[in-house]
Each structure stands twice: as C-alpha cells, then as structure tokens.
Design a protein around this ligand. Structure first.
Ligand SMILES: [Zn+2]
Length: 155
C-alpha cells in the first residue's frame, strides 16, 4: 500500500503547483499497483479524475459533466475530454481526426479538428483610375475671342 494525498481542483488554483497553498482533500492508502491516471475515481459516490500529479500528491477534478448522453464538446482550443475536462496540450501535433484514450480518466475519445476559414488580403498593385464625365475645354472661335477670354484685350 502507498499513501496518497488528494487535492481538489478548483478554478482558483488552476495550474497551481504550490501544494502548500492547497488544502488536502483526503489522504488515502491505495494498493501499489493501482495507477490513478486513465481511471475514473469513485470517492463516496462522487466521481473524479486526476488533473495533476507530483509524487504522491494528486490534484483531482470532480466529473461534473459525467453524462454519457451529452458528452460532446465543441469549440475548444485543445482536444478536451468531455468527461473529465482533461486537455491535450499538444493537440496541434495530432492528425485532423482520430481516436485516443483520455490520459486522465481513461475514456475512449474520438476527435475532429474543426478548421475555421478566414482570409487575409494585401494590395500588390492599385489600378489607375479612368476619368469620366469631365467637361470638355471650350474651343476658341477666333484669335480675338481667345484674347478676350485670356484677358489680353480690354473691351
Ligand atoms: Zn477524461
């Protein structure tokens, strides 16, 4: 048997690795050969999965969403287990779709990469504008008119 300390995952201590700052939830003795990873843990009827581990210290997350009828998730930035919320931080290295076992709770998962299409555009050449609708210049009827118009002759 080995002794383990369980800590509860809470939003406020998300990614907190300083165990001193967390309250111990339970201390348990478990058989040596039980690996808590890839397992759903039943503690007094409530279900949990491992979220983080350092030595004999385990942070566990309650499976609030444990519901086999509604176990899809969408729009996550990483492949995320709908059962326990475990995120595969290296999702980008995966194929476009596939099957995988959740590293935390052991559920079998199937995933698809959802690609959102967007476009970026730059100008490489602006077309020359063509002028339309400009008034034609009036042609002078004779030299005198032209001189009058140009102001060289005083009337
Ligand atoms: Zn899981």
């Amino acid at each position: 048997m080995r002794e383990i300390e369980l800590y509860l995952y809470e939003k406020s201590n998300y990614l907190l690795t300083d165990w001193e700052d967390m309250r111990i939830f339970k201390i348990l003795s478990i058989p040596e050969d039980i690996d808590l990873w890839e397992n759903i843990i039943d503690l007094d009827g409530k279900l949990y999965a491992i979220y983080w581990q350092q030595g004999n210290k385990y942070q566990i997350r309650e499976l609030e969403k444990f519901d086999v009828e509604e176990r899809e998730n969408w729009g996550e930035e990483e492949i995320t287990c709908p059962v326990c919320g475990f995120e595969f931080s290296d999702s980008w290295e995966f194929e476009d779709c596939g099957e995988i076992t959740c590293g935390a709770c052991g559920s079998e998962l199937e995933w698809n990469r959802m690609v959102e299409v967007s476009y970026s555009t730059v100008v490489t050449k602006i077309n020359e504008p063509i002028k339309l609708g400009e008034e034609e210049e009036e042609e002078d009827c004779c030299d005198e008119c032209a001189e009058i118009i140009n102001g060289t002759i005083e009337i």
